[in-house]
Structure formats: C-alpha cells, structure tokens
Design a protein around this ligand. Structure first.
Ligand code: SF4
Length: 235
C-alpha cells in the first residue's frame, strides 16, 4: 500500500497569505531537499520512513481534525509536497479529498510546476524565493502559472531585507515587461525568524518600500507567530 510521509495533520487558523484567518486542516508532508536558509520548518527536511502512513489513515485524521468533516478546507504543505517522491501520494490524497468535497490549497515551493496536481487542486500558494533564502525560483515558472492557472494562485515572497524586496520588484517588472501585468495577488511576508522578537522595524520597512514603489504587493504577516510566538508548531 502506498505510504505518505507525514510530519503532522492538524487543525489551525491560516496565519498568512490571502487565506489568513480561515480555519483549515493542514496536511504537512515530511521531506524536503530545497534547503532554504531561513526555513522555519527544518524538522520537515528528513525523508524519515518512520513517518509513513497509508491514505486511509491520512483521510481519517483530516475528517477527525475537521470536527468530523465540518471543516472542508485543507492545505497540503510540507516539507516539499511536490518532491518527486511525494507526488504520487499527494496525487492520491488530492483525488480522494476532492471526491469528498474538500476545497484544497497547495503550498508550492516555486521550484516545480506539477500539472497533474495543480490541475486538480482549487488554489496554489506559489513561492517566489528571495535572495535571503539562498534558493532561486525560475521566473518561467511564474509565467507558466499565469498562462495555465489564471485566478487560481497567489505568489508569496519572504522578505528579510531590502535586497529581497528589490529582487521581488525586479521579478515583477520583468514579468510585466513580458506583458503579464499582475493578474494574481503577490504577497510579501516580512521574515519572522525562530527565536526572534517580533520584527517591528522590518515589518514597517517592508510596508514603506511597497508604498514607495507603487503598492504593487500585499504585505501580510504571519499572524500565528504574533499570537503563539515564532517557535510554536501546529498553529
Ligand atoms: S521549501 Fe519550505 S520546508 Fe523546504 S526548505 Fe524551503 S521553507 Fe523549508
């Protein structure tokens, strides 16, 4: 039987991006080899076989955590749920949850567009990796999202400093010059590192840079970190 490597399945109120404030069930896959320098989920990196679960177990937990099916929003996240070793399992989960009437959001790292999964989910949160992450999102991936999934995705950029903001602005302008404009929400997430006090100064700077450059983006913080602190998991 196919095994899903699962870090955790839990209910929480979405803390970031365009769905902030919406209760949902998170299915967090275990295993990621992308290696963002400022990753706040390093516990999800190992592809640990002891985290394996079968599909029926995952579905049962989604049902239970959602007050026996009352909550119908699910966010599939990680780790990297689009790592090739996860893809067949995520695909089977997506198909099963869609059959049960769930609304599915997928958290995508921005390094891969996986049509077979993207075609079936309801929404995709697609990362544009900034310089502070040490990872690059090929702009052609966002162009592909615009062409194939209009109205079905947001782009999210973690902003640690002005270099990150400038790189995001340049990416926007490159896409605009290609004729893409901004037919999707592009969210700036001011970085809030583990073991850090609330970064008020960084947050205010990100809002100011955005205002000074035409207000092209939506600045949305990670409210779960304000409420529970930056180190608390499963919130
Ligand atoms: S893709 Fe996500 S889980 Fe993987 S290293 Fe980057 S932030 Fe961490």
């Amino acid at each position: 039987m196919a095994k899903h490597l699962i870090n955790s399945i839990y209910r929480a109120t979405e803390g970031e991006g365009v769905f902030v404030g919406r209760p949902q069930i998170f299915v967090r896959y275990q295993g990621c080899n992308i290696g963002c320098l400022n990753c706040d989920s390093k516990d999800t990196w190992d592809f640990s076989p002891e985290s394996a679960q079968d599909l029926e177990s995952v579905l049962a937990q989604v049902h239970t955590e959602g007050f026996n099916g009352a909550i119908k929003n699910v966010s599939i996240t990680g780790g990297d749920p689009l790592h090739p070793s996860h893809v067949p399992h995520v695909l089977s989960l997506v198909k099963a949850l869609k059959e049960k009437g769930y609304y599915l959001n997928l958290e995508a790292a921005g390094t891969r567009v996986v049509d077979e999964i993207f075609d079936l989910v309801d929404y995709i949160s697609f990362d544009f990796k900034t310089p502070s992450t040490g990872v690059k999102t090929p702009l052609k991936n966002i162009s592909k999202m615009i062409a194939q999934y209009p109205g079905k995705f947001q782009v999210k950029s973690v902003i640690a400093d002005n270099r990150d903001f400038t790189a995001t602005l340049e990416a926007f302008k490159t896409l605009e010059a290609e004729g893409h404009g901004m037919p999707f929400p592009w969210v700036l997430t001011p970085c809030y590192n583990t073991e850090e006090e609330f970064p008020m100064e960084r947050f205010v700077s990100v809002m100011k840079w955005n205002e000074e450059n035409g207000g092209l983006f939506r600045v949305i913080g990670q409210q779960h970190k304000w409420i529970f602190g930056p180190d608390k998991k499963q919130v």
